[in-house]
Design a protein. Structure first.
Length: 719
């Protein structure tokens, strides 16, 4: 399958453009003179605009790179994205940061995401996790606020996963992998026409992935307490109803039944000692229906209806140990006069339902305005999100009780966009979105909130073709993230019950260039972000009752983020492709003073934001011989970064290397692969607090590490 896919790309398209990772505006230069340059569409954009003409910063990871690197899950691909990070507080990536903006966790029950996360038009923002890469057409990451297109859930940017569409020609494929840590993955797809007239097409994909999870629980004598047991199924139907009406239905069902046993008191990383290992489960069933009608004289109509139902549970052993362990510790002394008995399970169960409807009216060739120079678009959008939670926790509640909460939020939006061609290579894009949000929250602790607010965002972008090989753009965008509330706060924090809306202004300049007869592409973007009323996550540990934590969100004034991204792709020879990405980020707090658990002010103004490494890099090479030998090497890394908004605990910088070698025939391939070949020990999440009573609950750094070295074999076939 991989060889067949590659040959198709190689003869019909250009591997050069397939990995172009940053969108640079202006017209797709040299396209008429070089038909090998592939036209890549950004499907998350209103008009499915070409990547080469999109006046914004975007990374697209195409099917070829996904297959070459052997990426099974989005977690395997995210290190290829410049100025992108994730918080490892869950079994799979759920909380993301783009250019330093995003969440590290969500222990409460009122979803309010900074990074949008959408799979085939199904909104899973704040949930993430269920993101199999098998049979995927491309991953799209749009950097910066998407105020016109996506509104409140995309302050930092958007992650959009698009699976392959149905095809007329019948094709089937299968893939199987075995590897270290009891890895077993079975995948399969099928596509083709259902009826003889070939107006009804289908595509079906399934994947079952299992792995023990790289941890051994020495107390229970088990190797699977951190397991990954993940099923993903997708069905897509395309109905060519008439010459002017097309319907696309996508159905997703994912059942991730994972363990979560990743923390240790001694930071050894891979040998846990818990008696109540946690879980990290997510069962999602979702669908989207997209209707395109082109029968009107002046405009086209697009309708997108989506629904998602998700049951999720996140639980972990809060003391990271067991009764026998605490009985053996230094109890009954001055350090622990009340003894070391400490047995605590944190558990949150959620039930989320999301329904959305969008109508878009967009001009066609006959409907352009202003002397046929300007395309226009107007639309309406509404979304309702309901989530019920059962939370057993010492966090913001009381022991031995379950706090039940209900959250209901409805968003209404109207938006518009104008795209004008001024001639001489100049193009102007302007957009505006007005959004109303009504929400309601209540819980069994007696808290009740009904915040409502009006918000607006948009963009203005000017692009220019400088020469046939160079194009540039400048873009200003305004994004927003709704304000909110903090539940179950003690009286001394009553002034922090609510926090304000965050506004982000993003200023960006981009330059795209082709060199060496279009064999080499370079894509550069430089940005400056002005965050107003920046929202930060804070926590306090009660010194008199150390098992209890108070978690809340507050505003930290204004802050400035700036930096740059560079992506490059070089088709060095007919057999060798090289690609790389580099990110530089300066992301700091504004005017922010945090109080620790003793009430002592801690100055964090101008400190770097959590999970915002100053440097990120990714370098890859793919080599294929004419007789079927295949080699891919991929290295990625990050500089050090702070783990938290409320302490100075830091990770160490790291670089990891993956490799994949194999043989490819016309319809099958076999590969040996290794991930993190040098077995680098690197942190993906950390905390700094007191969790050991016999140490007087003294603050200490605890780290969760990424996956160690893993090796295996994969075989695939298509027919």
């Amino acid at each position: 399958m991989l060889n067949k896919t590659f040959n198709s790309y190689r003869h019909k398209l250009s591997p050069l453009a397939l990995s172009v990772a940053v969108a640079f505006s202006g017209q797709a230069f040299a396209q008429d003179n070089n038909p090998e340059i592939e036209v890549i569409k950004v499907t998350a954009d209103f008009r499915n605009q070409e990547l080469l003409t999109l006046p914004a910063s975007a990374t697209i990871i195409g099917a070829k790179q996904i297959e070459d690197e052997g990426n099974q899950h989005f977690e395997d691909a995210l290190n290829s994205i410049a100025n992108f990070n994730w918080s490892g507080g869950s079994s799979r990536p759920r909380y993301f940061q783009i250019r330093g903006v995003g969440e590290q966790e969500d222990y409460q029950g009122a979803p309010n995401s900074s990074v949008g996360y959408v799979i085939d038009d199904i909104d899973l923002s704040g949930l993430g996790m269920v993101s199999s890469m098998y049979d995927l057409q491309q991953v799209e990451v749009l950097r910066g606020p998407q105020g016109t297109r996506y509104g409140a859930n995309a302050l930092a940017g958007l992650i959009y996963l698009k699976s392959n569409d149905p095809e007329v020609e019948r094709e089937n494929g299968a893939e199987v992998s075995f590897g270290d840590d009891n890895l077993r993955t079975l995948s399969s797809y099928s596509t083709g026409a259902i009826n003889q007239s070939e107006t009804l097409l289908y595509r079906a994909t399934i994947q079952q992935h299992y792995q023990d999870g790289f941890r051994d629980n020495t107390y229970l004598g088990r190797s699977d307490t951190n397991k990954r047991d993940e099923f993903t199924g997708r069905i897509k139907l395309r109905w060519l109803a008439t010459d002017v009406l097309t319907a696309n239905l996508a159905i997703l069902h994912a059942n991730f039944d994972n363990g979560y046993d990743a923390w240790t008191l001694d930071n050894n990383g891979f040998k846990t000692n818990t008696d109540q290992p946690g879980v990290d489960n997510q069962k999602t069933t979702g669908s989207s229906l997209k209707l395109n009608y082109t029968g009107f004289d002046k405009f086209n109509l697009t309708s997108i209806t989506s629904y998602a139902s998700t049951d999720h549970q996140h639980a972990y052993d809060g003391d990271w140990a067991n009764p026998d362990y605490w009985a053996s510790r230094n109890c009954g002394t001055a350090e622990a006069p009340e003894g070391c008995e400490y047995d605590y399970l944190w558990d949150k169960k959620g039930d989320r339902r999301t329904v959305s409807q969008e109508f878009r009216f967009s001009s066609n060739e006959n409907g352009r305005i202003f002397a046929d120079s300007t395309d226009w678009l107007v639309g309406l959008y509404t979304m309702n999100l309901k989530e019920d939670n059962d939370l057993y926790s010492e966090y913001n509640t009381w022991p031995d009780e379950v706090m039940q909460s209900k959250y209901d939020a409805t968003n209404y939006a109207v938006f518009s966009q104008l795209d004008s061609n001024f001639g001489n290579g100049y193009n102007l894009s302007t957009g505006l979105r007005l959004e109303r949000r009504n929400s309601e929250y209540s819980d069994t602790n007696g808290d009740a909130f009904k915040p409502s607010e009006n918000m607006w965002g948009g963009h203005i972008a000017l692009s220019k073709n400088l020469t046939n090989q160079h194009s540039t753009y400048v873009r200003v965008a305004r994004g927003y993230k709704a304000g909110g509330f903090n539940m179950s706060l003690p009286a001394e924090l009553s002034d922090k019950k609510e926090f304000d809306t965050e506004i982000l202004y993003n200023y960006e300049v981009g330059l795209k260039s082709f060199w060496l007869d279009n064999a080499l592409s370079t894509n550069l973007s430089v940005f400056y972000m002005d965050r107003q009323e920046q929202q930060v996550s804070a926590s306090q540990q009660n010194p008199e009752r150390p098992q209890r934590f108070i978690l809340f969100t507050e505003n930290a004034g204004s802050s400035k983020n700036y930096g740059a991204e560079l992506d490059t792709k070089w088709q060095a020879t007919d057999n060798l492709d090289l690609y790389a990405s580099f990110g530089w980020l300066e992301a700091t707090y504004g005017d922010y003073i945090y109080k620790d658990k003793y009430g002592t002010p801690v100055e964090l103004s101008d400190r770097e934001l959590a999970h915002s490494p100053k440097f990120t890099n990714s370098l890859g090479a793919t080599y294929r011989t004419d007789n079927g030998i295949f080699v891919n090497l991929h290295s990625s890394g990050k500089s050090k970064f702070f783990y938290s908004d409320s302490n100075d605990s830091q990770s160490k910088g790291y670089q990891i290397l993956n490799a994949r070698i194999g043989y490819e025939a016309d319809s099958w391939g076999v590969y040996l692969w290794g991930r993190n070949l040098f077995d680098k020990k690197y942190g993906v999440r950390g905390f700094y607090f007191g969790n050991e009573p016999d140490l007087g609950w003294a603050d200490k750094q605890y780290i969760r590490y990424g996956d160690p070295r893993s090796m295996g074999v994969t075989a695939n076939i298509s027919f």
